[in-house]
Design a protein around this ligand. Structure first.
Ligand code: ZN
Length: 344
């Protein structure tokens, strides 16, 4: 039997933005080069997920190509460039919705309604707040169009905060915390019912959000630093802060954030994903763990492959002795309930 699941993070809209042709039709009829399209999502039992609008780094200049192995951050992205790509991705999501391929959901009740009608539920997220001006005019417009989740940063710095570079082994104690504008953005999001995502944020920024936010702490796609010592993963004190807030972590399928050796290798077993889930359940409890695939944004284990591989992870949890109820919480209910608490 198929277990319905809700995913904490994908970059499918970025892939669709870059595709040639009618993007809504490609998504709805199937597009083999992406990890998630509608036919495969339905076959896998995907009820919905956070769909990221990630403003990509400017391409093809020496100045914009960081040396990731040295732990460099990409340069900051300007407002106009970020808004252009964000509009393109949001336009794509709205086109898919108009064509009947997804429902852009603004609350837990809308996710429930989408589930009842068999429609894929999408919660719109921005990964890096570069598209938002410091007067928050763009925040109002994006909110009106359906935005309900914001990661202050991707792995770079912006007006609001600093992300961690892709560094292994490393912790996240790199760079300054939130700017005054970043603190104001967190408060505005709390008030509007826009979820704040801590994935990619550095340690100082994490502490600032924990001090300011009046909502549960959420990392949509991060893993356990004690197993894989990548700067993107969560250290014990961060997991403790998330647990104390009644928050949640979505386990990330990216091999470089899973493997104890930090390698980016497709040849990675599902067993290591189960180890991260085990550690997250131990740290956060049964209500604090969910899925956060990173589909269309990272190198994933070959046994997972694409969205149709998610049932293998859920089966691996059942095989490990997780009860049916707990697997359904990790797969679906924990995200649905966290959205009710952080968004409405
Ligand atoms: Zn990410």
């Amino acid at each position: 039997m198929t277990i319905p699941f809700f995913d904490g993070h994908n970059d499918t809209l970025l892939k669709l933005m870059e595709a040639k042709g009618d993007r809504a039709t490609l998504f709805i009829e199937g597009m083999p080069e992406v990890d998630i399209d509608l036919p495969r999502a339905k076959a896998a039992g995907m009820a919905g997920g956070f769909f990221a609008m990630f403003p990509p780094p400017l391409k093809d200049t020496v100045a914009t190509t960081p040396n990731y192995s040295k732990g460099e951050l990409p340069p900051e992205l300007g407002l106009a460039d970020a808004q252009a790509s964000t509009m393109a991705m949001m336009g794509c999501a709205l086109q898919i919705e108009r064509a009947g391929g997804m429902a852009i959901c603004r609350s837990a009740a809308e996710i429930d309604a989408a589930g009842e009608s068999g429609t894929l539920a999408a919660v719109l997220h921005i990964e890096g707040a570069e598209a938002i001006d410091t007067d928050f005019n763009a925040l109002e417009v994006l909110y009106a169009a359906g935005l309900r989740s914001i990661g202050l940063v991707w792995s770079r710095a912006n007006t609001y905060a600093s992300g961690v570079p892709f560094r292994f082994p490393s912790d996240a104690e790199i760079g300054p915390g939130l700017s005054d504008a970043g603190k104001a953005l967190v408060r505005s999001c709390n008030g509007m019912g826009v979820m704040i995502d801590l994935s990619h944020l550095n340690a100082a920024g994490f502490r600032d959000v924990a001090a300011i936010s009046d909502k549960p702490l959420v990392a949509t796609h991060s893993n356990v630093h004690a197993i894989c010592a990548h700067s993107r993963n969560l250290m014990a004190w961060q997991l403790a802060a998330i647990a104390e807030s009644g928050g949640i972590v979505g386990v990330n399928y990216a091999t470089g954030f899973l493997r104890p050796d930090g390698q980016w290798l497709k040849n990675t077993e599902i067993e290591i994903m189960v180890r991260h889930v085990d550690a997250l359940v131990a740290a956060l409890g049964e209500d604090g763990v969910a899925l956060g695939s990173d589909f269309d944004g990272a190198m994933l284990p070959a046994p997972i492959g694409d969205v149709t591989g998610v049932p293998k992870l859920l089966q691996a949890l059942l095989d490990k002795g997780y009860g049916d109820e707990l697997v359904r919480k990790i797969a679906m209910d924990n995200w649905r309930n966290m959205i009710a608490r952080t968004i409405g």
